[in-house]
Write a protein that binds this ligand. Structure first.
Ligand SMILES: Cc1cc2nc3c(=O)[nH]c(=O)nc-3n(C[C@H](O)[C@H](O)[C@H](O)COP(=O)(O)O)c2cc1C
Length: 503
């Protein structure tokens, strides 16, 4: 500033990501919400001189894609890109921890649960179980002590919503956990986070230390009789480690393998004690619900699926990034309005919703609303919020083979349908994509998929066949072309081993 003859202070703060991944690094200038895109050190000089010193925003450097934010509704990501995640004071200045204060000062645990039930909030980790109902179950469980585990494993490839939340607004997760702990009667909590997220880990560690130093964690939270302490636990990058019973094993120091349910963690979780396991996005909604009331929250979204959902929007789309949308928005609005349509002028082929065990949906289903029940109806899942756009250059047989291979690698091997069944499905895909497919393979794929889905022990095996089932349902002609005409229109299959290694 001095260089331009101005003796004024301008505070520069590091923030988390605002979600516009394709045009980073981004700089937000307040007041006025001016967002500059693809900022370089050279551009910074122009921005300081023109915008800050002269008060003239540099129009051609501003993020101009208003559509990207227009249809978003940012509740969970309310502070992302707007506060310094390493300063608890910033979170407090945005109203942070006032919901906790409200709970401790004016609400009973039952009153808190009532608000969460009224909100209609459902778990954002994939299954969509009603959050208030889960809290009631843990609160009613007779045994003690009780625990709470925040799930930040996020093992789906290409999904980064939970990581971004932790890096951008760690106190929203911590405050959500504190309120949940107060409601269910837990005194100890763990955040289970994959060790491949070093920045998120660092940010959470600092946030926990700050919360402790301000009396928000510890023996007497905000000088009340409520006690709660929090630690991080690290996963080692297995997809299955995000499954709730596998997390329990891992936190207890064993290998992250799922076990049959019942007993459910609500009754018998960590060290056989009642345990609330909740996705971090679910938890970040809680302070808002307490602050504004459950009925307020329920006004966003659909009657059966309230609130918003964060999605990592990736693949062949013009505006990839992290988005938060109201439940009930259609896939078309996400892909074409927010996402800006298919990149490089190519034709839309499909959208994979729900990560590696999600469903591949064709253009005819783009009007489907995004909510748990509608997605399940068309063969997809919410998962932990991955949306991948595929264009005309994608082969649907190869796509299903790719995700099957991922699940074969990630299967923990405990149950036979998942371990042996998925491996068999993968063998059939290898046959088809190498020109040795037979028409009977289609029936075998269909039968095996249904069997694996119905007979597997945990959600990994139960959902792994989704890409196979949906590509067979919506893109069967591509399978037939591969088998009968030995042709892959996208040019992905029928490669020799040497060509594959080169690719
Ligand atoms: C293979 C597999 C992986 C999972 N990974 C995650 C994950 O990374 N994060 C998550 O919150 N839930 C994950 N889940 C769902 C959890 O088991 C559990 O339902 C969830 O953490 C509950 O929290 P919620 O009610 O807030 O969604 C996974 C489930 C399966 C079967």
């Amino acid at each position: 500033m001095k260089e331009f003859g101005v003796d004024r202070e301008c505070k520069v703060a590091r923030t988390g990501c605002i979600g516009t991944c394709s045009v980073g690094p981004a700089v937000l200038i307040e007041p006025g919400d001016y967002l500059y895109q693809s900022v370089t050190p050279e551009k910074v000089r122009d921005i300081v001189r023109d915008h800050i010193v002269l008060g003239l925003p540099v129009k051609d450097m501003l993020y101009s894609n208003r559509e990207y934010f227009k249809k978003q509704h940012r509740l969970v990501l309310r502070n992302a890109g707007k506060i310094d995640p390493l300063r608890i004071e910033d979170y407090i200045a945005m109203g942070g921890y006032s919901a906790l204060e409200k709970c401790l000062a004016t609400m009973t645990p039952q009153g808190v649960i009532y608000e969460v039930r009224t909100s209609g909030l459902r778990g954002r980790g994939g299954a969509g179980f009603p959050t208030g109902q889960k809290w009631s179950l843990v609160a009613r469980a007779q045994s003690s002590p009780k625990y709470i585990v925040a799930n930040l494993d996020e093992g789906d490839p290409g999904v980064f919503a939970n990581r971004t939340l932790a890096e951008a607004d760690p106190h929203a997760i911590i405050e959500g956990m504190l309120i949940a702990a107060y409601a269910i009667g837990a005194q100890k909590g763990y955040i289970y986070i994959r060790s491949e997220y070093p920045l998120a880990i660092q940010t959470l560690q600092k946030a926990i230390a700050q919360a402790k130093s301000m009396g928000l964690l510890g023996n007497s939270v905000l000088e009340t009789p409520f006690a709660f302490d929090l630690e991080l636990r690290f996963g080692a990058g297995a997809f299955v480690a995000g499954e709730e019973t596998a997390i329990l094993a891992s936190v207890e120091g064993r290998r992250a393998m799922p076990r049959p349910r019942p007993p459910y963690p609500a009754n018998s979780g960590l060290w056989q004690k009642p345990t609330l396991i909740q996705n971090v996005e679910t938890l970040a909604n809680i302070p808002l619900i307490i602050q504004n009331g459950g009925a307020w929250f329920a006004k966003t979204g659909t009657p059966k699926c309230t609130g918003t959902k964060c999605f990592s929007l990736t693949g062949k789309v013009n505006n990839p990034g992290l988005i938060e949308v109201p439940m009930g928005i259609t896939l078309r609005e996400v892909v074409f309005d927010i996402g800006g349509g298919v990149a490089d002028g190519k034709k839309f082929k499909a959208v994979l919703v729900g990560g590696p065990s999600g469903g591949c949906l064709p253009e005819t289903l783009l009007e489907s609303p995004i909510d748990y029940d509608s997605l399940t109806k068309v063969g997809a899942i919410m998962g932990s919020g991955g949306i991948v756009v595929l264009d005309e250059d994608s082969c649907m047989v190869d796509t299903a083979r790719f995700f099957t291979e991922f699940c074969v690698d990630e299967s923990c091997g405990k149950c036979t349908p998942c371990r042996a069944g998925l491996a068999r499905v993968k063998e059939i895909f290898d046959k088809i994509t190498h020109g040795q497919g037979e028409m009977s393979d289609i029936g075998t794929l269909e039968k095996s998929s249904v069997f694996i889905r119905d007979a597997s022990l945990c959600g990994l095996g139960q959902t792994a066949p989704n890409p196979v089932i949906t590509t067979l349902r919506y893109f069967k002609d591509e399978y037939i072309k591969h088998i009968v005409e030995k042709e892959c229109e996208a040019g992905k299959c029928f490669k020799t081993r040497d060509e594959e290694e080169e690719a």
